[in-house]
Design a protein around this ligand. Structure first.
Ligand SMILES: [Zn+2]
Length: 313
């Protein structure tokens, strides 16, 4: 109440000084005035004194005795359709969420054609670059200039003893050697935002090694995509347990390198996206794959192509 009185007083003071031309220095201090000044006249006007016409009624919490003419209609209670609150209407008006697809092209770095054709695909397509390959650095740099995401395609031991190439990670390595090799691979491909496994049907089933991978991912704030080259892979699970952002591959686009087979896999990708909300495809820089994607991604799709980072779990 005292605060209110001071405010009202200040307002009348301003008015008074305007009317009388008084100087600010002539006026009492606010503290003094609050103690001495009589309660302002306007403040003392009570709502009861105001006319009781509804359209002129003062703002008050007191219940007003409305004349019959202005009686509010009683709310109608019926079994009719329930009215939906307005804030729900906007949600209902929204279209259902569009399914999302992401595409990663593995094994980039061995040849110029593969690099150039994948760099010509839409910018949402992510390149997974093999370390220490002839075009690794160039592909990484060009993608970076395009603001396209790249990841390290980390070569991991497989069950068929297929050659891994440079920078390979093997289960025979001890923790120190393993981590050092992975760090060197990452250093070899600048600007990467994550990693996935090249091959790895053996290594991704080894919890210890996957824990070491996730140590490095966490150390560098990178995500890890499980290419899922073995049904027994623990990479995704280990990443989740360790708080590393992750995702698993849903579809390989080009295990069979014909336009028809790639198209069939692309349709599977779309079907999975419609079923689960999103789906991830992995392809390779084969001429058949890049030609197919160049054509297909320029057409209207029933799902939205997004960057893989959008789908991370
Ligand atoms: Zn690969």
């Amino acid at each position: 109440m005292r605060q209110r009185a001071i405010h009202s007083f200040c307002a009348s003071l301003v008015l008074a000084s305007f009317l009388s031309g008084a100087q600010a220095s002539d006026l009492p201090s606010v503290e003094q005035a609050a103690e001495d000044f009589p309660f302002p006249v306007l403040e003392s006007a009570s709502p009861e004194q105001a006319p009781r016409y509804p359209y002129l009624s003062p703002v008050t919490d007191d219940k007003i005795d409305w004349p019959p003419l202005f009686k509010q209609p009683e709310p109608v209670l019926s079994d009719g359709p329930k009215r939906v609150p307005s804030h729900h209407v906007s949600e209902m008006d929204q279209l259902p969420p569009v399914p999302e697809i992401a595409i990663v092209i593995d094994d980039v770095g061995y040849n110029r054609r593969g690099m150039e054709e994948t760099l010509a695909l839409p910018l949402q397509v992510v390149l997974a670059i093999l370390p220490e390959t002839p075009y690794a650095k160039k592909a990484a740099h060009k993608a970076y200039l395009q603001q396209r995401a790249t990841i390290l395609h980390a070569p991991m031991e497989n069950q068929r003893a297929l050659k891994l190439g440079p920078g390979g990670l093997y289960q025979s390595m001890d923790e120190q050697a393993f981590k050092q090799a992975l760090r060197t691979d990452l250093d070899n491909v600048p600007h990467v935002r994550g990693a996935n496994n090249h091959m790895g049907s053996l290594l991704t089933t080894r919890p210890d090694h996957m824990n070491w991978v996730m140590d490095i991912m966490a150390e560098r704030s990178l995500f890890f995509i499980d290419s899922l080259t073995s049904a027994d892979s623990v990479a995704y699970q280990t990443a989740k347990e360790r708080g590393v952002k992750t995702l698993t591959r849903d579809v390989f686009l080009d295990n069979v390198r014909t336009d028809e087979a790639i198209n069939q896999q692309f349709e599977r990708l779309l079907a999975k996206a419609h079923k689960y909300g999103h789906a991830l495809a992995i392809g390779h820089p084969y001429p058949e794959t890049t030609a197919y994607l160049k054509r297909r991604l320029a057409e209207p799709l029933s799902a939205q192509l997004v960057e893989v980072e959008r789908l991370l779990e």
